[in-house]
Design a protein around this ligand. Structure first.
Ligand code: SDX
Length: 434
């Protein structure tokens, strides 16, 4: 990655009588940044930003989000245009390489991914070590972390060719590993990938086919899932992507870094929200119960939050939620599920929340996780597989961001500091004097 930081201004920062003249860099879109790397040396002070609400951890050219306007761009292309006109393989190529592929580039990339969809036969042994009722995300963390024990020939992060192979292996094997986690949880035999199917159809077949009969993928449903994967592929420096970058900054191999990203995504405040949002809708159960839950969500003494609402960056409607809502209706229509009760609850909950002054004042809008659960359940996935599907899609963003970090001339091992407010220095007290 070529750094293109252009100084547009200088910020003078004075503390304890010392002044630092800090360069300001201009962004293509979005906020400019103050380069505080010299702050500690010049003034002896650190910045303080728990949760990194105002901190840019890196320079990136992959994804841009405008939270106030509800804009999401992948390499400059609006997410709704990509979701409507493109497909998983093409968008994965775009995120990895920076531009949409020409027909030959797309064919070559798709062929390479297809040729890496199978996993080492011995990897299957990892599954039998888990209880049948293990959460599939626990299996994903374990099995993906174990990949570095099988693919030693693509763990040298300093070798661009090995990084490329690891990138394609990660993207290609995630559906196979995810489908195996699902099959294991329901006690069915693993289904091998097929080279004559596209990426998403292959995944659906590995999940839902059984050896006892042929399985035809419903193109309407696989197209909807393909769209859902595009929406989930990348999202700037979110918690799990930042985890992957931080793990990668120490030189850890890409498989271990992706396993760290999966672990972070699992949290209900992050990727686990789609599972939590569906469980919440089921708990609410009917439109009549909504006011009680809205009241609980506003009650500071009640830890309950409306899962699928709110976002660290979006203070407007999550543009992915709009596409997700449309895909949800398309899938339910295609399946003839007219009166899905949870959809009724979701739409009424959305309507009430968008009118309620608490949510309006705090700019809490539905995020991508609000409608994804209903859609994924209609596609046939159990609730505990929802975050696995999120991880499957986000692997493209994680690995693209990891590659960018490795190639970034400004990157070094991530090592934040702190403000210490613990006990002042003191001498040891022997136990008989305490
Ligand atoms: C994802 O970062 C990403 O990009 C993530 C993601 C991606 O693609 O990678 O977009 C995917 O993680 C989407 C978010 C999914 N999570 C949820 O739906 C869980 C429910 N949402 C909340 O947990 C919360 O909104 C967060 C975690 C998403 C954002 O939290 P912030 O930015 O830290 O905001 P906050 O917790 O400080 O909330 C601000 C205020 C608080 O009230 P006050 O303290 O100011 O009085 O809003 C309230 C919160 O109590 N609030 C909510 C709420 N979310 C925030 N109140 C009720 N219900 C909610 N959902």
């Amino acid at each position: 990655m070529k750094s293109e930081l252009k100084q547009s201004d200088t910020a003078n920062f004075t503390i304890n009588g010392k002044t630092a003249e800090l360069p300001v860099f201009k962004a293509t879109h979005g906020p400019d940044v103050v380069d505080v790397r010299a702050l500690y040396k010049e003034t002896g002070a650190f910045t303080f930003d728990p949760g990194y609400t105002s901190t840019a951890s890196c320079e990136s050219k992959i994804t841009f989000i405008d939270g106030d306007e509800g804009v999401l761009l992948y390499r400059g292309y609006p997410i709704d245009q990509l979701a409507e006109n493109s497909n998983f393989i093409e968008v994965a190529y775009l995120l990895l390489n920076g531009d949409l592929p020409n027909p030959q580039q797309r064919a070559d990339f798709e062929h390479s991914i297809t040729m890496h969809t199978m996993v080492h036969e011995q990897l299957k042994n990892f599954y039998s070590g888990f209880r049948r009722d293990a959460h599939p995300m626990a299996i994903m963390v374990g099995v993906v972390g174990a990949l570095s024990a099988f693919y030693h020939d693509s763990t040298d992060i300093n070798d661009p060719q090995q990084r490329l192979v690891a990138t394609h292996r990660m993207i290609a094997k995630m559906p196979t590993i995810a489908a195996m986690a699902y099959k294991y949880s329901i006690g069915q035999a693993f289904v091998f990938p097929r080279n004559d199917l596209d990426y998403t159809s292959n995944f659906m077949r590995m999940c839902f086919a059984v050896q006892a009969e042929d399985y035809e993928v419903n193109p309407v449903l696989s197209d909807a899932l393909d769209k859902i994967f595009i929406l989930h592929m990348d999202h700037e420096q979110n918690a799990s992507t930042s985890t992957v970058r931080l793990a990668g900054s120490s030189g850890a191999n890409p498989f271990a870094c992706i396993a760290a990203g999966i672990a972070s995504l699992w949290g209900p405040a992050h990727g686990g929200a789609n599972e939590a949002a569906l469980n919440m809708l089921e708990e609410i159960g009917s439109v009549d119960e909504i006011p009680e839950y809205i009241k609980r969500a506003k009650d500071k003494n009640d830890p309950f939050r409306l899962m699928g609402f709110g976002h660290r960056v979006y203070k407007n409607y999550d543009p992915r939620a709009k596409v997700m809502r449309k895909a949800c209706h398309e899938v339910l229509d295609a399946l003839g599920v007219k009166d899905e009760p949870l959809l009724k609850v979701a739409m009424e909950l959305e309507r009430i929340a968008l009118e309620d002054e608490y949510f309006v004042e705090k700019k809490l809008y539905p995020n991508i996780d609000f409608y994804s659960g209903i859609t994924l359940r209609a596609l046939g996935f159990p609730t505990e597989m929802f975050t696995v599907l999120f991880a499957l899609a986000r692997t493209v963003g994680w690995i693209a961001q990891w590659s960018e970090m490795i190639e970034d001339p400004n990157q070094k091992i991530g090592r934040p500091r702190q403000i210490y407010t613990g006990a002042p220095k003191r001498d040891y007290v022997p136990i008989d004097e305490r």
